[in-house]
Design a binder for this molecule. Structure first.
Ligand code: ADP
Ligand code: FRU
Length: 291
């Protein structure tokens, strides 16, 4: 068992399952509703925990009803949150998710009004206990300081970074991690049409890192440091597509797990697609059926 720190967010996800995605200014009936914890970093940690790793979350939570509900769920996955910054005032971020039961697509409207986890809080963590540090590409200047600090003080600990959305100056983070997880959304926003082309473009900015780019039902591509030729792994569609919310977070978790087990990049991509596919066949951030 390895020890992993995930730096990023937890949210309250309000998930409405609908028969089809609604047209604007229409009224439809919701088929069923789930309210549960979400957020990229904590989703990734819950999957890592199911894969048998020991996980800690570093983020911000508020001592209010949604915050406590989120903590209870993390406890169920044995995720330690003692590294978090705790606020007595404010509200946890909320995502309103429309889950289309016809094709499993998820459309997210996200509301947040909460300070981001900062470098001052990060510096208080005893990083020496961890085997891997995973970050979300948000709050760029503070994340840059965290990555630089970890790199300088603990050069032996692998660092991974998820790049989901374009943000000002986010490319400043690219030379630091050992593994970069890019989303299709980010690749398209950079003008790329395909993951292979995108990864080859990114090589120059991150010659040190393993690069990956997940592409929904087309699977994922990955590029080794010092290489120009990406590997591809096919998606593993489940028998029935139930819920794709958090598929990317699951993919990232399985990549981290496989790389910690010293798997090759092609094997890690294959395992990550298989694990994300399993998740797409189940509700929530889980890879095993409920008892
Ligand atoms: P995100 O959650 O960031 O939108 P993606 O849609 O890129 O993530 O999916 C991440 C991984 O999850 C993909 O590489 C693939 O392996 C798996 N996946 C996602 N959608 C599907 C799908 N419809 N069928 C099978 N696998 C999927
Ligand atoms: C899925 C997810 C949701 C959350 C949203 C935040 O990847 O983490 O659980 O509400 O993205 O952007």
């Amino acid at each position: 068992m390895k020890k992993i720190l995930g730096v990023g967010i937890a949210t309250l996800d309000i998930i409405n399952r609908v028969a089809d995605y609604p047209v604007e200014n229409s009224e439809i009936r919701i088929l069923s509703q789930d309210i549960r914890r979400g957020g990229n970093a904590t989703n990734t940690l819950t999957i890592l925990s199911q894969l048998g790793q020991q996980c800690d979350w570093a983020g911000v939570y508020v001592q209010e009803s949604d915050g406590l509900r989120i903590l209870q769920e993390l406890e169920r996955w044995h995720i330690n949150y003692s590294a978090c910054r705790v606020l007595s005032q404010g509200k946890m971020p909320v995502s309103y998710v429309t889950l289309n039961t016809r094709n499993g697509s998820r459309s997210i409207q996200h509301y947040r009004d909460l300070p981001e986890f900062d470098f001052a809080s990060f510096q208080k963590i005893d990083l020496s206990q961890f085997d891997w540090l995973h970050f979300e590409g948000r709050n760029v200047l503070e994340t840059l300081k965290m990555l630089q600090f970890a790199r300088q003080q603990f050069p032996q600990i692998p660092l991974s970074l998820e790049i989901e959305k374009p943000r000002d100056n986010i490319e400043q983070l690219f030379p630091l991690p050992d593994v970069l997880f890019f989303s299709k959304q980010f690749a398209l926003a950079q003008g790329a049409q395909q993951a292979t082309e995108f990864l080859q473009q990114q090589r120059e900015q991150s010659p040190q890192a393993i690069l990956s780019c997940a592409w929904g039902s087309q699977g994922a591509w990955g590029l080794q440091p010092d290489s120009e030729t990406p590997y591809h792994a096919h998606a593993h569609p489940p028998e029935r597509l139930v819920d794709t919310l958090g598929a990317g977070d699951t993919f990232n978790a399985a990549m981290i797990d496989a790389l910690l087990r010293q798997q090759s990049l092609p094997a890690a991509l294959e395992f990550a697609c298989a694990t994300a596919g399993k998740k797409c066949g189940l509700d929530g951030c889980r890879i095993y059926k409920k008892d």
